[in-house]
Write a protein that binds this ligand. Structure first.
Ligand code: SF4
Length: 395
C-alpha cells in the first residue's frame, strides 16, 4: 500500500482521473522533452468520452503549452488494460503510454505503478490483525509506517478540506459547463441553521458536502478523498462531527488517517476509478472512508470502524457512473450529500453493533471490483448511458 500522500492529493477539480492524473502525466512527459516543438496527446476510452466535460484538454494544454499541443479524442477504443489510457509523443517520437487509474494516480503500460509501497499490509484483514496483536488504533499504524511528517501533511489536508467548504458556502451563481446548474450549498446552509434535530443534521452535512462538490465542479481547489468527484463526503462528515462533538485538530487528523487506511485497501485490492468500476468506486469508497472516520470520532473500536466502512460501501455496490454532458455535476454533486449523510448512518449502525458481522470489508471490496468489471462500459464514465442519455440539459 502506498503513502496516504498518494490518496489525499491537493489540487484543482473537477476530476482526479480526468484532470489531475493527465496533468501530472503531462508534467512528467514535459520534463523529458522541455524543448519539444509539438506534442501530440491521444486520449482513449473514458478519457476521450467525457474528457471535454471534465476539462481534460484544458489541463493538458496548461502544462504542455496550448500552442504546441494537439489532442486526439479516441473514445471508441481503449488501449492496454485500463479505460483511461493516454499516449504522448514529442515531435513525432518517444511514444509514452500511461493510464490515469483514479484519484490522480498513474500507472505505466505493463502494470508499473508510479509510487512505491510504504505499508506491509495486503488488505483490511492484515490491518485488523495488526491492531488486535498490538492494541494499536488504525491511525497509529499510519503514523508508524509513514513517520512524523504524515500528521503535518494531514493537518494541511484538513485545512484545504475546510477551506473548500468555506469557499463553497460563500459562492453563489451558476456552475461552469453549460448545464446552467445553480450553486445550492449556500442556500441549504442558511436554511439548515434554523432547523432542529435530524432535519438540521441532514441540512448541515448536505450543505458542507455540496459546498466542496460545487467548488470542485467550478475548478476550485479540493482534496481527493478518494477522488475529486467524491471529494465532498469526508470533509462534510469531519466538519459536522468536529462541530457537534467538539473534536480538536489532532482527533480529526486521526480520523483522516483511519479513513485513509480504508481508502488504501480499496486502491490496492479494488479500484477508485469511475471509468473502471463505476461510481461505487468513488462515492461508495468515500462513504466507507467517512463512515470509518465518523466511527473513530464517535469513540468506536477498530472492528466497529471496519464494520462502518463495510456498511458504507456495501450499499453502494453497483452504483453506476453516468454524468450528464460528461460534467462532474449531475448526479455527482447531490450524490456527495447523500453519501455523507449515509456515512453517519453507517457509523451509528456500527457503533450500535459489537463489531462482528458476516461480510468483511475485504469481501465487499472484492465484490465491488467484480461488479464493476461486470458493468457495461455505458455506466463507467463514458456518458453513454443512464442519466447522461435520459436527462436533457435544459430545464
Ligand atoms: S457519477 Fe460518480 S464516478 Fe461518475 S463522475 Fe460523478 S462522482 Fe465521479
Amino acid at each position: 500500500m502506498e503513502s496516504l500522500r498518494e490518496l489525499y492529493r491537493i489540487g484543482l477539480g473537477p476530476s482526479s482521473s480526468h484532470t489531475m492524473g493527465p496533468a501530472k502525466a503531462a508534467e512528467l512527459y514535459l520534463a523529458r522533452h522541455p524543448d519539444a516543438k509539438a506534442f501530440e496527446v491521444t486520449l482513449y476510452g473514458s478519457l476521450a468520452a467525457t474528457g471535454i466535460g471534465h476539462f481534460t484538454d484544458r489541463a493538458l494544454a496548461q502544462v504542455l503549452g496550448e500552442a504546441r499541443t494537439t489532442i486526439h479524442w479516441n473514445g471508441s477504443e481503449t488501449i492496454g488494460d485500463h479505460p483511461n489510457g493516454i499516449k504522448f509523443t514529442a515531435d513525432g517520437a518517444d511514444e509514452w503510454i500511461v493510464f490515469s487509474v483514479g484519484g490522480g494516480a498513474l500507472r505505466e503500460m505493463g502494470g508499473r505503478r508510479m509510487a512505491s509501497d510504504v505499508y506491509p499490509y495486503t488488505g483490511m484483514a492484515d490491518i485488523l490483525a495488526k491492531c488486535e496483536t498490538t492494541g494499536l488504533p488504525m491511525w497509529q499504524l499510519v503514523e508508524e509506517a509513514e513517520g512524523d511528517g504524515i500528521a503535518d501533511y494531514m493537518e494541511e489536508v484538513l485545512k484545504v478540506m475546510n477551506a473548500s467548504i468555506d469557499a463553497g458556502l460563500k459562492h453563489d451563481g451558476v456552475i461552469p459547463g453549460g448545464l446552467r446548474l445553480q450553486r445550492r450549498a449556500r442556500s441549504i446552509y442558511r436554511k439548515a441553521r434554523f432547523l432542529q434535530s435530524e432535519f438540521r443534521r441532514t441540512g448541515l452535512v448536505s450543505a458542507y458536502a455540496t459546498a466542496v462538490s460545487e467548488e470542485n465542479a467550478s475548478l476550485g481547489t479540493v482534496v481527493t478523498a478518494p477522488t475529486c468527484g467524491s471529494a465532498g463526503v469526508l470533509p462534510a462528515v469531519l466538519r459536522y462531527l468536529s462541530e457537534t462533538l467538539g473534536c480538536d485538530v489532532r482527533e480529526q487528523v486521526h480520523a483522516l488517517e483511519t479513513a485513509g487506511l480504508v481508502g488504501n485497501v480499496v486502491k490496492r485490492n479494488g479500484s477508485i476509478s469511475g471509468a473502471e468500476v463505476g461510481c461505487q468506486g468513488e462515492i461508495g469508497v468515500a462513504c466507507a472512508m467517512a463512515a470509518a472516520a465518523a466511527t473513530y470520532l464517535y469513540g468506536g473500536t477498530v472492528p466497529q470502524c471496519e464494520t462502518a466502512a463495510e456498511i458504507g460501501l456495501e450499499h453502494f455496490l453497483g452504483l453506476t457512473c453516468d454524468p450528464v454532458k460528461g460534467l462532474v455535476q449531475i448526479p455527482c454533486i447531490e450524490r456527495n450529500a447523500i453519501a455523507a449523510t449515509r456515512a453517519l448512518v453507517a457509523a451509528e449502525m456500527a457503533i450500535l453493533s459489537d463489531g462482528r458481522h458476516r461480510v468483511s470489508f475485504d469481501d465487499v471490496v472484492a465484490t465491488m471490483l467484480r461488479t464493476g468489471h461486470d458493468l457495461p462500459s455505458l455506466y463507467r464514465e463514458t456518458s453513454e448511458g443512464g442519466l447522461a442519455v435520459l436527462v436533457k440539459d435544459g430545464f
